[in-house]
Design a binder for this molecule. Structure first.
Ligand code: NAD
Length: 485
């Protein structure tokens, strides 16, 4: 069995506690690798390496030299594109066609975008008068925050990890990464790329293991200076408490229950195409996905029928098959959770427009964690499947009658991550988008990103913004120097 290794101080290691974690291909249910879980000793070694690396050549390296290394990391991912693609799809079961266009290119781009951003950051100066007339000069200097703990989820493992590691390194920090125990394969490959790119030992470290053991040891380590986390809201709340000890900075990208609002004056073709993607892409395991859809009553029946046709046209199958556009869920545990939501919808009296169960799969895939893409109608807004994040290929569609009503219903959620508005009325588009409580609101689109823009959630969907110079604010400490002239 392939043994995955931690990457600590530039060396690969299999040291760990006694817990052996199987890594499963969710498309088949077969084990593909195993991890010796990193315990407190391995986490301590990784954090100590990261702390020491801040004092070495990395700490005094010119910005341009850091930028050159970040470019070499991006080139290193692209040079091993097929290895990353295979690893990501084996770990997650997602279709190759999806990871080839999104996960792997973005994994590489995340290093280049922040290399370019760091080159263009200006420091500020302020001249001030003083009573004796000589004046004073204030100027800001930036320095890295220090050792950053990076903790990520399993749905977009490489993309979301590099989204944090890229800016952290660009700002001169060192990192200790704990990827999800479900999806450690691309994290391991990234260690190899770091070595080849000439990153000094100790700047990038990885520890593999579960949240309660490896993750807990990492976030509670006193030499971690800041924590950046993407995952569920309950875990984020827990980690926030660990960050309070030592008053450490924290960035949280958490869960969502995102609304899609479809007005009768939308371009129906575009609204259906975009809403289908937002509900079913990556088998619904996208934090930005749309699980609550509100459709203006005159087009409600047509919209539901066309969504049904679109969902039923999705092809579940081998990730390598170019015709496949829906993979499995990540694990048996997650499928049990999603199926329990399917059961709750049925018990609550939902009209099951399509799906609702486990599909028949060919023999080779029968051990995988497949579920049917599912659409419900007919439930009240306070039904569990309409209020809770499911993170599966499913959505509830309900009708609405006027703009104020739908804005209030869309905002009636503890989450505020993303939203989508479909209308051809430009005035309405701006008016509604401004009132929706979400970190991003798409108009007539979904999942469109300029990586320089702020990304993050309102309410219980997170704290802080990432992207472009917004990421640099989190990964940098600012100091003002005041010089009396
Ligand atoms: P999760 O919270 O279960 O786990 C995320 C990570 O936290 C994993 O690496 C896990 O091992 C670790 N972890 C768990 N307990 C920990 C602890 N006590 N201490 C330290 N680390 C711990 O989330 P998940 O199931 O992996 O991911 C799905 C969730 O992530 C969904 O809620 C989704 O909305 C959210 N998500 C949010 C974004 C965003 O940008 N806002 C992006 C992707 C996913």
């Amino acid at each position: 069995m392939k043994q995955l290794k931690h990457y600590i101080n530039g060396e690969f290691s299999i040291a760990g506690n006694d817990n052996i974690i199987p890594v499963i291909n969710p498309a088949t249910g077969e084990q593909v690798a195993q991890i010796n879980e990193a315990g407190a000793a391995e986490v301590d070694a990784a954090v100590t390496a990261a702390k020491n690396a801040l004092k070495g050549e990395w700490g005094s390296m010119a910005v341009q030299d850091r930028v050159d290394i970040l470019y070499r990391i991006a080139d290193g991912i692209n040079a091993r594109f097929d290895d990353f693609l295979e690893a990501e799809c084996l770990d997650t079961g997602k279709p190759y066609s999806l990871a080839r266009h999104i996960d792997i290119p973005r994994g590489a781009a995340n290093f280049k975008i922040f290399a370019d951003t760091i080159k263009n950051i200006n420091e500020e100066t302020f001249h001030m008068p003083t009573p004796d007339g000589t004046g004073a000069l204030n100027y800001t200097v930036t320095r890295p925050k220090g050792v950053i703990a990076v903790i990520g989820p399993w749905n977009l493992p490489l993309l979301l990890m590099t989204w944090k590691v890229g800016p952290a390194l660009a700002c001169g920090n060192t990192v200790v990464v704990k990827s999800s125990e479900e999806t450690p394969l691309t994290t391991t490959l990234l260690g190899e790329v770091m070595t080849a790119a000439g990153l000094p030992a100790g700047v990038f470290n990885t520890v593999l293991g579960t949240g309660p053991v490896t993750g807990e040891a990492l976030v509670s380590h006193p030499d971690v200076d800041a924590i950046t986390f993407t995952g569920s809201t309950p875990t984020g709340q827990h980690i926030m408490q660990a960050a309070a000890i030592g008053v450490r900075d924290i960035s949280l990208e958490l869960g969502g229950k995102n609304p899609g609002i479809v007005f009768a004056d939308c371009d129906m073709e575009k609204a259906i195409e975009g809403t289908l993607r937002s509900a079913f892409a990556n088998c619904g395991q996208v934090c930005l996905g749309t699980e609550r859809i509100y459709v203006e009553r005159p087009i409600f029946d047509e919209f539901v029928q066309r969504m049904k046709a679109g969902a039923e046209a999705l092809t579940l199958g081998e990730p390598t098959d170019e015709c496949t556009n829906l993979g499995p869920l990540i694990s048996e545990q997650h499928r049990n959770k999603v199926i329990s939501f399917y059961a709750q919808a049925a018990e609550a009296g939902a009209n099951i427009v399509t799906g609702g169960g486990i599909p028949e799969m060919p023999e080779a895939l029968q051990g995988g964690y497949w579920v049917e893409p599912t659409i419900w109608t007919g439930l009240p807004d306070d039904a569990v499947v309409v209020t809770d994040e499911i993170f599966g290929p499913c959505c509830h569609i309900s009708p609405f009658d006027d703009e104020d009503e739908v804005i209030a219903r869309a905002n009636n959620s503890p989450y505020g991550l993303a939203s989508a508005v479909w209308t051809e009325n430009v005035t309405r588009a701006h008016r509604v988008a401004a009132q929706i409580e979400s970190g991003i609101c798409w108009v007539n689109s979904w999942f469109l990103r300029d990586l320089r823009t702020p990304f993050g959630g309102m309410k219980q969907s997170g704290i802080g913004r990432e992207g472009g110079h917004y990421s640099l604010e989190f990964y940098t400490e600012l100091k003002n120097i005041c010089v009396k002239l």
